[in-house]
Ligand binder design. Structure first.
Ligand SMILES: CC(C)(COP(=O)(O)OP(=O)(O)OC[C@H]1O[C@@H](n2cnc3c(N)ncnc32)[C@H](O)[C@@H]1O)[C@@H](O)C(=O)NCCC(=O)NCCS
Ligand SMILES: Nc1ncnc2c1ncn2[C@@H]1O[C@H](COP(=O)(O)OP(=O)(O)OP(=O)(O)O)[C@@H](O)[C@H]1O
Length: 197
């Protein structure tokens, strides 16, 4: 039996960092944002489609995320269209990962886990969370998104409080040590529930 653990959290809450902690503990990780990056890269399945609709978003055969952010800032409907292009391709990649998964615990790292109904595929869900002030500071510190970009993305995500209510586990990401401890605790709990424990 494979336990499918969902990991989600709003933008900048620490999903990728926490997913790496699960990987360090031997969990097999599937990362939705990383799949999107591959799809946008030269020769990626989404690159051709985006090029047809948004030639201004392209740079050297790949989708430029900086240019995309500009197009979305000018017209948020572009993000709806991108989701229609990208999400079926992401879903196919995820299905293939799950069909071939053999590890006792696999992790699905998905920012829009609840929003897309993917929570239904999971045996348990953990949400990463930190204060809204820290979240904002982390995203803006990266220097990629403007405040307006951040607000737009945030407005399209389920509020953190609602995610926390829906999840079985909440991983607080104020410090790396606290998050790492939560990761170990969650895996110990899951291990007890696996049939051959
Ligand atoms: C909006 C884009 C251009 C921003 O790119 P950028 O490199 O700045 O950020 P990155 O891709 O690393 O995403 C950062 C975070 O933004 C949030 N986010 C991304 N896309 C979306 C979306 N469609 N709705 C809500 N939040 C989103 C997530 O929390 C994600 O972790 C890019 O995320 C994109 O093309 N999104 C559309 C595809 C999508 O829906 N991806 C979500 C995973 S399936
Ligand atoms: N447990 C933690 N303790 C301290 N800092 C953290 C922790 N987790 C993440 N961070 C910091 O927060 C920032 C965002 O983390 P990360 O990239 O993992 O978030 P994310 O949720 O994957 O972001 P995005 O939604 O934009 O993809 C990074 O600078 C990272 O170093």
């Amino acid at each position: 039996m494979t336990f499918v653990l969902g990991l989600t959290g709003s933008i900048g809450m620490g999903k990728s960092t926490t997913a790496q902690m699960f990987a360090d503990e031997g969990v097999s990780v599937w990362d939705a944002d990383a799949v999107v990056r591959e799809l946008y890269d030269v020769g990626g399945k989404a690159a051709d489609i985006v090029a047809q609709h948004y030639p201004d978003a392209m740079e050297n055969g790949a989708v430029s995320r900086e240019k995309l952010r500009g197009l979305i800032a000018d017209d948020p409907a572009v993000l709806d269209h991108l989701q229609k292009i990208v999400h079926p391709l992401v879903g196919a990649n995820r299905a293939e990962f799950l069909a071939t998964a053999e590890a006792p615990v696999v992790l699905l790292d998905i920012p829009l886990l609840f929003e897309t109904g993917t929570d239904n595929l999971c045996d348990g869900i953990a949400v990463v969370s930190v204060s809204a002030e820290e979240q904002r500071a982390r995203v803006l510190e990266r220097g990629e998104m403007s405040e307006a970009d951040f607000e737009l993305i945030l407005s399209r995500q389920m509020p953190d409080a609602e995610k926390r209510v829906r999840a079985r586990w909440v991983i607080l990401t104020q410090t790396l040590d606290a998050a790492r401890q939560s990761v170990k605790d969650i895996l110990a709990e899951i291990a007890k529930e696996l049939p051959d424990a």
